[in-house]
Design a protein around this ligand. Structure first.
Ligand code: HEC
Length: 498
């Protein structure tokens, strides 16, 4: 509540994170998988005395260094900027719980970057054995960065009972290890490792596709065949780890998948189901392309084919990550903090009682005085007065108040006009219907369908009226007023027959 809200028009702040994260995931998982690929391929080339392989590998190492060291690192920092802006409360929770985790991560990362550079720049300049050793050190440290970050990422979905028991008490850090090795830690580490290994194969295909198949048919075939095999473990083991992972997700969080599966017949998928289907279809297409075009016909495998595989891998990555994010809704830290930074156990009751904006630094004392004056006005039946009935200056005050609540509680997931646009989602509703939706969100009954993906709306009843007024203004004020009826158009009433 004390942080500013970052409103990103059209795409919403979530997609700023998403856009950076998808690229980062594609590169960072390659940084881990490729770290294993390079020394293994180098070892094979040394044992078999294949100088032509060494040349290709050197080129691949250069590409690897630039892609991971520049674009991987820049997008990684980009994620920090984006999450810090989009969800300061959640980011702060992660930092406070995992201070030492982050510190270790940065140390590993430094070793990773350094060895990657040393590996490339010492190519052919130091003894082969030593060079290979540098490659293995790189592989170990890049895998360790995954080992660390995986604990923090899975924590957000499943913090685990031990940590939740102390959440909000100030003693959270005492459960560091339980939070780190949380319920989804191991299946997720397995899944991500498989993704790393297969992405190593995918990116190697990109490099290998550029070898001239006519001039060096044997070289091209051998590199492509060997690299294709890197995709095999993922295709065999991924379903196993995936089911294990889902099994570890708390029952309540699986609501969206069930909702999606239950509605398949009607064609109404939830985003989780849709994203899962995209993942399965793009992975199957990758398998087909890699088997028939790369493994069976390596000489004719073109750069275009490799880019198609890369693009499909991007689609699969994007949709899996989106499904993972959706699975976590409505929380940013599972069962503890909602996506809008409101804490389930400590904040909800407090905001409902004291008011969401009562202690907000984004409102002044004059604002609060004006709100109290407006709230004191009631209709003859004792109901709150909607903004439309107030004088224009008071309307503006209510709208500004509603907008503050909207920004704080809804804009983490919605925009006004773009992604999950509230103008679109509410377009059919008048002031009263909007009030009913807000009431449902506020009451948050056990059988409310909104519980599967939205946090409760918190605040006093007067604040909820203000939010409703602002939403009504947003949705309905731009609508055309019914055309004034001119006299000529009025159908002549049939003369009353006596
Ligand atoms: C955790 C993310 C999240 C937050 C926070 C959130 N929503 Fe939603 N909301 C969703 C999702 C997901 C949907 C489904 C969107 C769709 O169907 O396209 C949705 C749908 C809706 C709908 C359409 C529901 C219907 O029955 O037609 C309304 C209205 C809505 N949200 C209002 C709000 C308001 C008001 C707030 C703030 C008090 C809010 N939301 C906060 C995620 C969220």
């Amino acid at each position: 509540m004390n942080y500013p809200f970052w409103v990103v028009p059209i795409i919403g702040s979530g997609w700023v994170i998403g856009g950076i994260a998808i690229i980062h995931i594609l590169i960072s998982h390659f940084a881990v998988g490729g770290g294993l690929y390079l020394p293994m391929a180098e070892r094979k080339a040394l044992l078999e005395g294949r100088d032509d392989w060494m040349k290709v590998l050197r080129g691949h190492a250069r590409f690897f260094l630039i892609l991971t060291g520049v674009f991987g690192a820049a997008t990684g920092v980009g994620i920090w900027f984006a999450i810090g802006l989009a969800n300061p409360e959640g980011t702060s929770t992660l930092i406070h719980n995992f201070v030492f985790g982050w510190a270790i991560e940065w140390t590993f990362f430094l070793v990773e970057l350094t060895t990657a550079a040393v590996y490339y720049y010492t190519w052919g300049r130091i003894p082969d054995k030593l060079h290979l050793m540098v490659g293995w050190v790189y592989a170990a440290f890049s895998f360790l960065t995954l080992v660390i970050i995986n604990g923090i990422l899975t924590f957000m979905l499943t913090p685990g009972d031990a940590w939740l028991a102390v959440a909000g008490t100030g003693n959270e850090a005492s459960r560091f290890w339980q939070a780190f090795f949380n319920p989804t830690y191991w299946p997720s580490l397995g899944l991500r490792t498989l993704v790393c290994v297969s992405l190593a194969g995918v990116w190697a295909l990109v490099t290998a596709s550029r070898i001239d198949g006519f001039e060096q048919p044997d070289l091209k075939s051998s590199v492509i065949r060997w690299s294709s095999k890197w995709l095999v473990p993922a295709f065999i083991l991924m379903p196993v780890f995936f089911l294990w992972y889902l099994h570890m997700v708390p029952f309540e969080q699986r609501g969206l998948i069930k909702l999606g599966i239950a509605t398949i017949g009607q064609g109404v998928f939830t985003q989780v189901t849709r994203a899962t289907l995209v993942t399965i279809m793009s992975s199957a297409t990758i398998a087909i392309i890699v088997y028939f075009l790369a493994f069976r016909n390596p000489r004719d495998f073109t750069f275009g084919h490799a880019l198609a595989v890369l693009f499909l891998a991007l689609a699969a990555t994007a949709s899996t990550e989106q499904a993972r994010e959706m699975l976590r809704k409505p929380y940013v830290v599972g069962q503890h903090m909602y996506s809008n930074g409101v804490r389930k156990n400590s904040d909800v009751a407090r905001f409902n009682k004291e008011g969401y904006l009562t202690h907000s630094v984004w409102a002044t004392e004059e604002d609060r005085a004006a709100w109290a004056r407006i709230d004191a006005q009631k209709t003859p039946e004792g109901k709150p007065v909607f903004a439309a009935q107030l004088p224009e200056s008071d309307q503006a005050i209510q709208h500004a108040r509603g907008e503050l609540i909207l920004r704080g509680q809804c804009m983490a997931c919605h925009t006004t006009d773009g992604y999950r646009s509230l103008r679109r989602l509410l377009q059919e509703r008048d002031r009263e219907a909007i009030g009913n939706v807000l009431q449902m969100l506020h009451e948050y009954k056990d059988d409310s369908p909104y519980r599967a993906y939205m946090p409760p709306l918190v605040g006093t009843s007067a604040e909820i009226v203000a939010l409703g007024d602002y939403l009504d203004h947003l949705v309905n004020s731009g609508k055309k007023q019914p055309k004034p009826v001119t006299v000529a158009e009025v159908p002549q009433a049939a003369p009353a027959t006596p």
